[in-house]
Design a protein around this ligand. Structure first.
Ligand code: FES
Ligand code: FES
Length: 175
């Protein structure tokens, strides 16, 4: 019999009480229990970054975090970067610069770019490439994605969605 454990998460500013299977990941709970399908399911081994979310102020691969490990945590997904029905300036820059082809990697790319710009509001091209190195794009839109992040930074249009969160270091994030 599957063990079910009660947890609480604050997801995109909304408190959620959940009962989750002990072996379910944060990714599964976001997508299957909360219907937040912007966070993508792909490699499930921490290689592609499609499942990137912000957890307690730093980005993580949600496929590698058990939901019970996130108990009490604050989670931001791509849906949480902008009010419903709108785009953040960073998200709009991805569209404006052709950074979106099939779009599958984009929520994770945007979460990583959001994290980078919180830590470094005016990154150089190499810094953007390094900051997004954990996010793979099978369509090969790396140049356009880099241009989008540069444009968002240069326009000083970047505004963190969650001003309470602190900067983070992806290398330290659970993967
Ligand atoms: S699904 Fe690829 S890193 Fe999580
Ligand atoms: S836009 Fe298709 S995988 Fe990145």
């Amino acid at each position: 019999m599957t063990q079910v454990i009660p947890i609480e998460l604050t997801v995109n500013g909304r408190r959620r009480a959940l009962e989750v299977a002990a072996h379910h990941t944060l990714l599964e709970v976001l997508r299957d229990d909360l219907d937040l399908t912007g966070t993508k399911e792909c490699c499930l081994v921490g290689e592609c970054g499609a499942c990137t979310v912000r957890l307690d102020g730093r980005i993580v691969d949600s496929c590698l975090v058990l939901a019970v490990e996130a108990d009490g945590g604050e989670v931001t997904t791509a849906e949480g970067l902008a009010p419903e029905g709108s785009l953040s300036p960073l998200q709009a820059a991805f569209l404006d610069h052709g950074g979106v082809q099939c779009g599958f990697c984009i929520p994770g790319q945007v979460m990583a770019a959001d994290d980078l710009l919180r830590r470094n509001p005016h990154p150089t091209v190499p810094e953007i490439q390094e900051g997004l190195a954990g996010n793979l794009c099978r369509c090969g839109c790396y140049e356009q994605i880099t241009e989008a992040v540069l444009a968002a930074a240069e326009a000083a249009a970047f505004e963190p969605a969650d001003a309470r969160s602190t900067g983070s270091d992806r290398e330290e994030a659970a993967r």
